[in-house]
Ligand binder design. Structure first.
Ligand SMILES: NC(=O)c1ccc[n+]([C@@H]2O[C@H](COP(=O)([O-])OP(=O)(O)OC[C@H]3O[C@@H](n4cnc5c(N)ncnc54)[C@H](O)[C@@H]3O)[C@@H](O)[C@H]2O)c1
Length: 270
């Protein structure tokens, strides 16, 4: 069902790798709600070719950009402005990558060069995207930027490894840039803190199966799906949430404020 929430709005969606991706579902939802889109991902991800199916479905061009390369980002924004014939109303930052997790390094034995890359790709990239838009004055007033995060930024989930630090930094950039962009142009910037979700990035976390069923049992509403997250992103891009900025918004079926549930107690008593 569509509410035409994004009729006439123009947005860039980063991070649709395959149809499990939260960015993929969000692109579909934004399109259904009336938005015009540009899709972007790292050149290596584009080579997989999956994104072309999405591009066809949402009638959007695909413009490659490695999110830590400022020339790529400038090119992406220039081409997007040209494609839309006007400024941009929303951006989804749905990007995460941990080299230490990928290479099986324990948090206590982290390789710091890899860690720099992780922090750059997963967190400072939001600053890079915002800075590019800022320098080019690419956003309309009241534009809305959403980045996806995880509760490991606030609480310890040991196997989330260095990504916990990356998410804490991402949430901090959201607040800091959110202040400056709010003052300059009423642009709003928020993070959505999503339940564990079966995607390529999600499944890379060690012990993911146990982790996702634990979260399911610890959430009064159960885990939020990628489709649910897409709906929340669309609302955050709409004019209905104009005064929300610099927030970390939990989208997790109540997990973040639950101490324990009957399900978990029953499990412990077995
Ligand atoms: N899946 C979960 O359990 C979960 C939970 C909370 C938050 N998140 C966050 O949601 C976001 C999207 O992840 P997802 O779960 O949909 O997985 P995903 O693997 O589908 O998406 C991650 C994306 O990041 C892109 N990316 C990596 N390096 C890049 C680079 N240098 N330049 C441009 N793009 C790059 C990948 O190509 C991919 O499209 C991430 O920020 C992730 O941390 C995921």
């Amino acid at each position: 069902m569509s509410y035409n929430l994004l009729q006439g709005k123009k947005g860039i969606i980063f991070g649709a790798l395959d149809e499990k991706s939260i960015a993929w579902k969000t692109a579909m939802k934004c399109y259904d709600e009336g938005a015009s889109l540009v899709l972007s991902n790292a050149p290596v991800a584009l080579r997989m070719g999956e994104i072309n199916k999405l591009a066809e479905a949402v009638k959007a061009p695909v413009i490659g950009a490695d999110v830590v390369n400022m020339d790529d980002l400038k090119n992406l924004f220039e081409k997007s402005l040209e494609h839309f014939g006007g400024k941009i109303d929303f951006v989804l930052h749905s990007i995460g990558m941990s080299l230490n997790v990928r290479k099986g390094k324990h948090y206590t034995e982290m390789n710091y060069e890899w860690n720099q890359k992780t922090l750059d790709i997963s967190a400072m990239s939001l600053h890079r995207v915002l800075r590019t838009a800022w320098d080019m004055d690419a956003f309309n007033e009241w534009a809305s930027v959403v980045a996806l995060t995880y509760i490991a930024a606030q609480r310890v989930f040991p196997d989330y490894n260095e990504m916990a630090d990356a998410k804490a930094l991402l949430e901090s950039v959201t607040r800091s840039f959110g202040y400056h962009y709010g003052v300059k142009k009423k642009v709003r910037i928020n993070t959505i803190s999503q339940s564990p979700t079966r995607t390529t990035a999600g499944s890379g976390v060690k012990g993911f199966d146990g982790f996702i069923s634990y979260a399911e049992k610890m959430s009064p509403l159960g885990n939020a799906t990628a489709e649910d997250c897409a709906g929340y992103c669309a609302v955050m891009f709409s004019d209905l949430t104009r005064m929300v900025t610099m927030q970390n918004l939990f989208h997790d079926g109540g997990f973040s404020f639950t101490g324990v549930t009957a399900d978990v107690i029953n499990q412990m008593e077995k």
